[in-house]
Ligand binder design. Structure first.
Ligand code: ADP
Length: 421
C-alpha cells in the first residue's frame, strides 16, 4: 500500500469532511476515519483525516485524543501533520486550539508552526491577525453568541497567546503577498525572536497558494481547511479528477434527514414537490411507543425499486419547539437521532447502497449505527459536501453523503443521485 503523505487531525466530524474535500479537490486521495483507527487503512490514500470530537471537551481530553491520533498517523509513516480546527477559530477560554497545538509540537519536536483559520472560499479571511467572517469581525459576527464557543475577540494573536505557553506572532498580508522566500525569511526572523507559532494573514486563495510552498519543511501545520489547497504541490501532487474517483455505485437509493435547518427544509420540500415518495416521522409518535422504524421500512420496501425515497423528521422551527417543549430538547434530539439511525440501518438491510444523510448530529448517529469507520472521499456534490464510500460493520460497500444543516442547493437530494450515476 502506498504511503500516506499528509496526516490530519480534525477537532470535529463535519470539519474533517470539509478538510478532506479540499484535499481531494487539490488532487490528494483522501480518507476520513471516524476516531483513531485500530489498524491500517483499507484503501490507498495520500492523506488521511482522523475525525475527533475534541473541539469543546476539557483541554486534557482533547490533548490525549489528539496525541493518540498522532501516534497512529506516525505509525502510518506520514510526512507532515495538519491539525484542523474551525474557520471561525472556535475555542473555549481554556483552549483547545492552543493546548493541542503545543502538545503536538512537543510530540513532533517541532520548533515552529503556523495557525490560520483563513478560508476565503467561505468568506473567512485574516487581515493583520484579525479574523473576518464575511464583512464582519469575528467578534461582531454570530460567533459572538455561540452557545459553546463564544468568540468575543477577533485578534487571533491575542486569542491564541492566551491559550499558549509559547510566544505567538504574526506573518502579515504584505509578507504573504511577496511569496515563498519572504514567508520563509519571516519565519526565520520570528524564530530568532523566540516566537514559535505565527498567525498568518490570508485574504484570498492566492495567498494560501503562496503560503503552501513555504510550509513544506514544517512538521506541523495548524489551520482551518483553507490552507490545505496549497499543500498537495509540496508532495508533487496536482489537482486531478482521479483523486475523487470512487468505486462504481450500485444498489437502491434513500435519503434520511434529521436536520431542521432552513436549507434542509427547502431541500425536503423540493424533493416532495418533484413527486418523489417521502415519509414524515413524528417525534411524538416515537415517544408514544409506536414502532416507527418498522412502519417506515414497511412503507419503503415496495417503493425503493422505483428510485430514491426520503424519510425525514425535518420540521419548521415552531413544530420543533413544540416537540422540544413536550419532550425536552436533548431528549427529543437523541430520540430522533436513534430512530433515524435505526431506519438507515434497516434501509441498508433492504438493499440501499446509496444513502444521503442530512444533519450533522444525525450523520454522526447514522455512521455510528452502520459501524462505518473509514470514508474514502469522492466528488463534491455542492460546496463542502462530497460523496463518500466505505464499508459498514457487516462489510457492505456503501456510498454515503453527510450533509450538514445549511449546506447544499434546494435540489440537493435529487442532484446527489444524478451525480453518482
Ligand atoms: P443540523 O446539521 O441541521 O444542525 P443535526 O442533525 O446536527 O442537524 O441536528 C438536528 C437535531 O434536531 C438532531 O438532534 C435531531 O435529532 C433533532 N430533530 C430532528 N427533527 C426534529 C423534530 N421534528 N423535533 C425535534 N427535534 C428534532
Amino acid at each position: 500500500m502506498a504511503s500516506i503523505r499528509l496526516g490530519c487531525i480534525a477537532d470535529d466530524f463535519t470539519g474533517a469532511t470539509d478538510l478532506a474535500n479540499n484535499l481531494v479537490r487539490s488532487g490528494m486521495r483522501a480518507v476520513q476515519t471516524i476516531g483513531v483507527p485500530d489498524g491500517p487503512l483499507q484503501v490507498d490514500a495520500d492523506a488521511v483525516v482522523v475525525a475527533l470530537k475534541s473541539r469543546t471537551t476539557p483541554p486534557a481530553d482533547a490533548v490525549r485524543e489528539s496525541l493518540a491520533a498522532l501516534r497512529w498517523l506516525q505509525s502510518q509513516g506520514v510526512q507532515q501533520v495538519y491539525f484542523k480546527y474551525c474557520s471561525t477559530f472556535d475555542s473555549t477560554a481554556q483552549g483547545n486550539i492552543g493546548p493541542v497545538t503545543e502538545a503536538l509540537m512537543d510530540a513532533l519536536d517541532a520548533p515552529f508552526t503556523i495557525a490560520t483559520p483563513a478560508f476565503p472560499d467561505n468568506q473567512r479571511t485574516v487581515f493583520k491577525g484579525y479574523l473576518f467572517v464575511g464583512d464582519a469581525l469575528l467578534s461582531e459576527s454570530g460567533m459572538r453568541d455561540h452557545p459553546l464557543t463564544p468568540m468575543r475577540d477577533a485578534n487571533l494573536v491575542r486569542v491564541l497567546q492566551a491559550q499558549c505557553r509559547r510566544k505567538v506572532g504574526l506573518i502579515d498580508y504584505r509578507t504573504v503577498a511577496k511569496g515563498e522566500a519572504a514567508i520563509r525569511e519571516r519565519i526565520a526572523a520570528l524564530q530568532a525572536e523566540g516566537i514559535a507559532i505565527a498567525v498568518v494573514d490570508a485574504l484570498g486563495n492566492d495567498d494560501l497558494l503562496r503560503l503552501g510552498p513555504a510550509l513544506k519543511d514544517l512538521r506541523l501545520v495548524t489551520a482551518g481547511s483553507g490552507v490545505a489547497i496549497g499543500l498537495p504541490g509540496n508532495f508533487g501532487i496536482t489537482a486531478s479528477a482521479a483523486a475523487s474517483r470512487l468505486p462504481a455505485a450500485e444498489g437502491l437509493q434513500a435519503v434520511v434527514s434529521g436536520s431542521c435547518s432552513v436549507a434542509t427544509n427547502r431541500q425536503v420540500r423540493s424533493f416532495i414537490e418533484a413527486g418523489r415518495p417521502a415519509y414524515a416521522i413524528e417525534p411524538l409518535r416515537i415517544a408514544a411507543g409506536d414502532d416507527v422504524v418498522a412502519q417506515v421500512l414497511a412503507w419503503a420496501q415496495p417503493l425503493l425499486a422505483q428510485g430514491p425515497v426520503l424519510v425525514y423528521s425535518t420540521a419548521e422551527p415552531e413544530s420543533v419547539k413544540a416537540v422540544q417543549g413536550r419532550l425536552g430538547a436533548d431528549e427529543a434530539g437523541a430520540m430522533v437521532e436513534r430512530t433515524i439511525a435505526a431506519i438507515a440501518r434497516g434501509l441498508v438491510d433492504l438493499g440501499v447502497r446509496q444513502l444521503v444523510v442530512a444533519g450533522g448530529e444525525t450523520s454522526g448517529a447514522c455512521v455510528q449505527a452502520l459501524g462505518m469507520r473509514q470514508l474514502q472521499i469522492g466528488p463534491q456534490i455542492d460546496p463542502g459536501v462530497p460523496w463518500c464510500w466505505g464499508r459498514d460493520a457487516a462489510g457492505r460497500a456503501l456510498h454515503v453523503t453527510l450533509k450538514s444543516g445549511n449546506f447544499g442547493a434546494d435540489d440537493f437530494f435529487a442532484k446527489a443521485f444524478v451525480q453518482l450515476s
